[in-house]
Design a protein around this ligand. Structure first.
Ligand SMILES: Nc1nc2c(c(=O)[nH]1)N[C@H]1C(S)=C(S)[C@@H](COP(=O)(O)OP(=O)(O)OC[C@H]3O[C@@H](n4cnc5c(=O)[nH]c(N)nc54)[C@H](O)[C@@H]3O)O[C@H]1N2
Ligand SMILES: Nc1nc2c(c(=O)[nH]1)N[C@H]1C(S)=C(S)[C@@H](COP(=O)(O)OP(=O)(O)OC[C@H]3O[C@@H](n4cnc5c(=O)[nH]c(N)nc54)[C@H](O)[C@@H]3O)O[C@H]1N2
Ligand code: SF4
Ligand SMILES: [Mo]
Length: 864
């Protein structure tokens, strides 16, 4: 029963859009979720992940007690061990022999304390964060251009612009609510144009008037060409440049000597983009991981900013460069100084006056004078034993760092590894000496900052799972046990919040942008609020000592790994609509697991043909440090010789899908961010001796060369493949347990259908054959735990048509149902589909796919 009490106002824990959420707990561990109509990020909207938040708050799989060496223990033992081992390591080998690796998903208060403990008390700057893999190039680029890490604009700029350029951003899937706001603004303003710059076509490209499928890594060449065009068409803003910017002449000169050869797009498309950008005053250039995750990431950021500075199109409504942040608190982490090369509140670690001020404020015994190790270097230092004790909080580096097999080996070999997580089964948790159960979303309380500088509250509406404790509380306890009782004497997050607000006031005295002095000191009265006001830099006011921005001279540098005879294909990686990172939470939601239920690789049809890879067959990708087996998704959305694979699958869900085992640990020399989108690999068909599809009521770990599992309502669905066919009845028993076996086998054709039924209820079913098996996957999943009449038919009986793979996760509407309705009922628009089938009417995340299905149907009609 849902209570009638006032809902709890909180914030979504997924992406950096930072949507407001109303949570209505049912008092039994469940919760009803709706969008907060009053939150300025979403005004009531939620995407598929936000809408499914209620499915991910259960206790399923949660780590409930601290563990030492895999055995349950109590907090006192666990934290004494952590404090003692860290203290001993520091005493024996110095403060730089220990490290914290933290996360843009920590709340600001957690993050603040981790930074305070490492930088102010342990006295090392070896604290870095997964934001190094995410936003570091933007931080570096903004600091070089503006003198501080400031996002100049806000979300309304995307609505007020006449041109929105999305560079290396799949906004439709990764920032869906912002994408919905953009789509609505475009529908309302017929003059508005959208350009998408991405080597592959995505759901985002479907909204764009122009898609530039540039060669990977060529963004600097593109924006250099744009700078030249701005100059040639006489669109530089001399007044703004003279008053507020230095470096224009050198930047232009460098741009003029760059070439567009690297772009690999048609002259017409290039000119169309240049003309649009140059002639449109109100232009916002949005950028994300296609820009950041590059060995030229910081340069890409500055190439974009250069064009906005040259035209003075910054800090005014509808104009400016706009970095969309990935994680819910990527921005908060930057504000507290969570990166190894930052201090706190946008102060600089290398600046003695800044250091002294922060040290004095904290009453810190010691402060590091130099930046610490950045993520990739940090794990290299673990590998070569310079770092002997590491504490990993709220991130899963064994899955998400490049050369992930080496990261795993380094942690397995490290003297002392502490992992704080909600789950004890992650790829990283398996390497831990001490596992600390952390509270998760719904249980935690604190603040987060979204992409447009709006600080919002996350609030508690559930009790902590088991013995789990808040991250800030765990860190403070360890700080006290290490001997700093007073400095870590906190009893609630609002004390930390007030301290952070006060420190920002100290920073502001140095003329920094980040100042929360006007924020309420009472935590509970904090409503969503943007720091720094609506916009920065419309009238200059940059944070370099002379108050001017810097334009940088830049030239195109290709990705570091170049295709070779051994590794001829370029591997691009990224996200899918309904999964979040390493799936520890989204993988528990049946609703979110249906959209794309297994790891895949997008391959161009010509490349697939050259390699002899057929649709739905398996592909083996090889790189110097790893191998993956993935499902082939043959599509013209990627360029020839280029592959795209999602990042989400781990040893928990599909061990041969761990994509970061293939990614090379190449980093940007300025930002230290890995080039996660441009590795080189070998590709070949994986010749399976059998393919199988299974549904199982219980969670199992098959012993096949390939398997991928996904949650369904009453259990799991699994894709399997391997070298040699099995004795299928025996195999089914091992997977599904005891019961009555019903089976049909045709050994000659190598085909088998086996079901196990116990007490009249389906425990599991397996369909195997020499080719990928064609059965209705959703239908079989729904039969688990039911009385399974006709289960071996593999699909619904004739009077119940097969809905096909789910497109709309909110209402479980499949692709066949939608195509059928388009064809038979003459549906013409996404709205028509909504009225007929409800698809797309709740969160709207599938609207781009509905539009693509409509387009596909009309092309087919036109051809017929
Ligand atoms: N559904 C979902 N949403 C998420 C997340 C998630 O896990 N799932 N994670 C969140 C996080 S932390 C982040 S950082 C964001 C990431 O959000 P995005 O950056 O939008 O997502 P990605 O899919 O990583 O990459 C975006 C695009 O960059 C393109 N790209 C690759 N190389 C290049 C290049 O050289 N130039 C250009 N111009 N483009 C290139 C890729 O083809 C890809 O389509 O998403 C956030 N939102
Ligand atoms: N090849 C490739 N690699 C990539 C990327 C890419 O595009 N390509 N993207 C990179 C980017 S942008 C990012 S942001 C990273 C993300 O990579 P990760 O940060 O490694 O991924 P997550 O799954 O978000 O890990 C968060 C972990 O914290 C746990 N957790 C959740 N809430 C809490 C909490 O409140 N407290 C604690 N202590 N734990 C909690 C979760 O269970 C999970 O194990 O991946 C990076 N890696
Ligand atoms: S867009 Fe979706 S995932 Fe991102 S904050 Fe909003 S509801 Fe959450
Ligand atoms: Mo990210």
């Amino acid at each position: 029963m849902i209570s009638n009490a006032a809902p709890i106002r909180t914030t979504c824990c997924y992406c950096g859009v930072g949507c407001g959420v109303l949570a209505r707990p049912d008092g039994q561990g469940g919760v009803a979720i709706t969008g907060d109509p009053d939150h300025p990020a979403n005004f009531g909207r939620l995407c598929s992940k936000g809408s499914a938040l209620g499915e991910t708050v259960g206790l399923d799989g949660r780590l409930l007690t601290p563990q030492i060496g895999g055995k349950d223990t109590d907090w006192d033992n666990a934290l004494s061990l952590v404090a003692n081992r860290f203290s001993q390591t520091i005493a024996g080998h110095g403060p730089d022999s220990v490290a914290f690796y933290v996360s843009g998903q920590l709340l600001t208060e957690d993050y603040y304390l981790a930074n305070k403990l490492m930088k102010g008390f342990i006295g090392s700057a070896n604290i870095d964060t997964n934001s190094r893999l995410c936003m570091a190039s933007t931080v570096a680029g903004q600091r070089r251009a503006f003198g501080t890490d400031t996002v100049p604009g806000n979300y309304t700029d995307l609505e007020q612009a006449d041109l929105v350029v999305l560079v290396g951003s799949n906004l439709a899937w990764c920032h869906p609510v912002l994408f919905q706001r953009l789509s609505a603004a475009k529908a309302a303003n017929p003059h508005m144009k959208v350009v998408n710059i991405d080597p592959r076509r995505t759901a985002t490209s479907d909204l764009a008037d122009l898609h530039l499928g540039i060669a990977p890594g060529s963004d600097v060449a593109l924006f250099n060409r744009l700078l030249v065009e701005i100059d040639q068409q006489g669109k530089t803003d001399r007044t703004y440049l003279d008053a507020h910017v230095s470096g224009f002449a050198a930047a232009l000169k460098a741009a003029q000597s760059d070439s567009t050869a690297a772009l690999d797009i048609t002259h017409e498309d290039l000119q169309a983009f240049l003309d649009l950008w140059v002639s449109t005053e109100k232009v916002v250039t949005v950028f994300s991981q296609g820009v950041n995750q590059s060995s030229a990431g910081a340069d890409k950021v500055n190439a974009i900013i250069n064009c906005h500075l040259a035209t003075g199109r910054i800090g005014r409504p509808g104009m400016g460069p706009f970095s969309v942040t990935g994680q819910p608190n990527a921005m908060g982490g930057r504000e507290v100084g969570g990166l190894a090369n930052m201090l706190a509140c946008h102060l600089d670690i290398e600046n003695p006056a800044h250091r002294a001020a922060v040290g004095e404020f904290w009453d810190a015994p010691t402060m590091p004078e130099q930046a610490g190790l950045k993520a990739v270097d940090m794990f290299n230092a673990v590998a070569d034993k310079r770092i002997k004790a590491i504490w990993i909080m709220c991130t899963n580096p064994v899955a998400s760092l490049p050369q992930a097999n080496q990261v795993r080996a380094a942690l397995e070999d490290c003297d002392f590894v502490v992992v704080s997580d909600m789950f004890g089964t992650t790829d990283t948790a398996k390497t831990a000496d001490v596992l600390l159960p952390a509270t998760g979303w719904g249980e935690k309380d604190g603040t987060v900052t979204n992409s447009d500088r709006t600080i919002s509250r996350q609030r508690t509406f559930l009790p902590p799972a088991g013995q789990s404790r808040h991250d800030w509380d765990i860190i403070a306890d360890v700080g006290r046990r290490m001997g700093w009782q007073q400095a870590f004497d906190y009893t609630s997050p609002d004390e930390i919040y007030r301290e952070h607000v006060a420190l920002s006031g100290v920073a502001a005295k140095f003329g920094r942008d980040f100042d929360l002095s006007d924020f309420p000191t009472d935590f509970d009265s904090l409503t969503p609020r943007r720091w720094g006001g609506d916009r920065f830099f419309g009238n200059g006011g940059f944070y370099h000592p002379d108050g001017k921005a810097r334009m940088l001279p830049l030239s195109h540098r290709p990705p570091v790994s170049q295709p070779s005879a051994a590794y001829p294909f370029r591997l691009n990686t990224g996200r899918v609509r309904d999964h979040w990172h390493t799936m520890t939470r989204s993988g528990r939601s049946p609703r979110l697991s249906q959209h794309l239920a297994e790891p895949f690789v997008e391959i161009h049809p010509d490349t697939a043909e050259d390699l002899g890879i057929k649709p739905a067959h398996l592909v083996r990708l090889t790189a110097p440090d790893g191998t993956c087996i993935l499902r082939a998704l043959i599509t013209t959305r990627v360029r020839r010789q280029e592959l795209f694979a999602p990042i989400h699958w781990t040893a928990e869900f599909a061990p041969s899908g761990r994509i970061d085992t293939l990614v090379q640990a190449v980093t940007d020399p300025v930002s230290g961010q890995p080039e996660s989108k441009a590795s080189t690999v070998q590709a070949a068909p994986y010749t399976a001796g059998f393919y199988a599809y299974a549904v199982s009521a219980r969670d199992v770990v098959p012993d096949t060369a390939y398997w991928a599992k996904a949650r369904v309502g009453n259990g799991w669905r699994m894709e399997l493949a391997g070298d040699t066919p099995r004795d299928w009845d025996t195999f089914a028993r091992t997977l599904f347990g005891s019961g009555d076996v019903v089976s049909v086998t045709d050994p000659k054709r190598g085909v088998a259908r086996v079901a196990i039924i116990r007490d009249g209820k389906l425990q599991g079913a397996l369909f195997a054959g020499p080719e990928p098996v064609a059965v209705s996957r959703d239908h079989l999943g729904a039969l688990l735990g039911q009385n399974p009449e006709n289960v071996l038919a593999g699909r619904p009986v004739a009077d119940r048509p097969d809905p096909g793979p789910v497109v709309c996760s909110c209402f479980s509407v499949g692709v066949n149902t939608i195509l059928q309705a388009i064809a038979c009922d003459g549906l013409m628009s996404v709205e028509d589909i909504g009225i007929a089938l409800s698809a797309g009417t709740n969160c709207g995340s599938c609207k781009p796919e509905l539009a693509a299905l409509l387009a596909r149907s009309s092309v087919k009609e036109a051809a017929e």
